[in-house]
Design a protein around this ligand. Structure first.
Ligand SMILES: [Zn+2]
Length: 83
């Protein structure tokens, strides 16, 4: 059975071993703990998320995860810049 895990990702447990798949291209991200590591990570200035993020510049970064195959955006979060 396949069920949605989050936007653009689904969990497929038909084989008895759950796999995380991209809903757009079917890319196999491995199990539920691995999908973030297998995603393409892009860190950029928070203003890439909109001009209102300007106050966060220098202290925070916008971290986005994409499918490595079809470049669909999977997750996006603001993270603190490591000192
Ligand atoms: Zn994909």
């Amino acid at each position: 059975m396949r069920r949605p895990l989050r936007e653009n990702l689904e969990l497929d447990d038909e084989s008895g071993r759950p796999r995380v798949l991209c809903t757009r291209c079917g890319f196999d991200f491995g199990d539920e703990e691995e999908w973030r590591e297998r995603s393409y990570l892009k860190r950029q200035s928070p203003t890439a998320g909109g001009p209102l993020m300007k106050d966060l510049e220098g202290q925070f970064l916008l971290e986005q995860l994409f499918c490595p195959q079809c470049k669909t955006l999977l997750d996006s979060q603001i993270v603190e810049v490591e000192p």
